[in-house]
Design a protein around this ligand. Structure first.
Ligand SMILES: C[S@@+](CC[C@H](N)C(=O)[O-])C[C@H]1O[C@@H](n2cnc3c(N)ncnc32)[C@H](O)[C@@H]1O
Length: 218
């Protein structure tokens, strides 16, 4: 079974013990995790009744449970070691993670379709460090962010301007990810010049930062 790259990159980040996929839709990610023996057990949750029924059929007879409900509602405290939230907006992801913080496991993998900065801000506020930032091409260009619960200051943000790090990724910026440069150039073309266009200002600052780091792999 072929999986979109954004989901494939998510599969490398989950716990091998018990993983929960929230907003699983047709359970493509859980199915891949079980078919490829990446996880021993998976819990797939979905709020939409029709998607829930498809997910249930797809995972029938597997080491998986499909539960209907909103956000982390269907998951018990300490039940899973990792959690993924993919294909949603960053605002919704933060809403789900903030509603029941006691249920958030030590590993969280997020592929937000937009507003990743809101998810990075959640992580800083909730005591999670960003340990990996990946990018994948598909219908759009996606960011796949891996957070681990940790104490103290997240060192990934050291030496990177904070606003740019939140919006474009501290690790993506410091690693000079080739897809980040491509994406920033694409977005710079798309935005209209205007002194009050904050997003365009950030994009230009991020491009300046990347170019100033030298030996850019273009
Ligand atoms: C765009 S789909 C993404 C599906 C899959 N995770 C993926 O990345 O391909 C978003 C899914 O999240 C579900 N969803 C939206 N809000 C939710 C919530 N609060 N709790 C659980 N599921 C939710 C939707 O019903 C939908 O199936």
């Amino acid at each position: 079974m072929s999986l979109e790259e954004r989901l494939l990159l998510t599969t490398t980040e989950v716990s091998p013990l018990c993983h929960a996929d929230v907003g699983t839709d047709h359970a493509l990610l859980p199915l891949y995790l079980l078919n490829n023996r990446i996880c021993r057990r998976v819990i797939a949750t979905e709020k939409s009744p029709s998607a829930f029924h498809v997910a249930k059929q797809r995972l029938w007879g597997r080491k998986a449970e499909v539960r209907q409900g909103e956000g982390l509602g269907p998951i018990e405290v300490d039940e899973v070691e990792s959690l993924s939230l993919c294909g949603m907006g960053g605002h919704l992801v933060v809403e789900i993670l903030s509603q029941e913080p006691a249920k958030v496991p030590p590993i969280v993998v997020v592929q937000a379709n937009r507003d990743s900065h809101k998810v990075r801000q959640w992580a800083q506020d909730a005591g999670f460090h960003v340990v990996k930032e990946q990018m994948a091409k598909g219908h759009w260009t996606y960011e796949i962010l891996t957070f681990h619960r940790n104490q103290g200051v997240d060192k990934a943000y050291e030496n990177v301007p904070h606003e740019l790090a939140l919006h474009f990724g501290p690790l993506l910026l410091s690693q000079q990810h080739p897809l980040l440069l491509e994406e920033l150039n694409r977005r710079r073309e798309y935005h209209h010049e205007h002194p009050q266009n904050e997003e365009l200002r950030r994009i230009k600052e991020a491009l300046d930062l990347l170019h100033s780091q030298g030996d850019y792999r273009s």
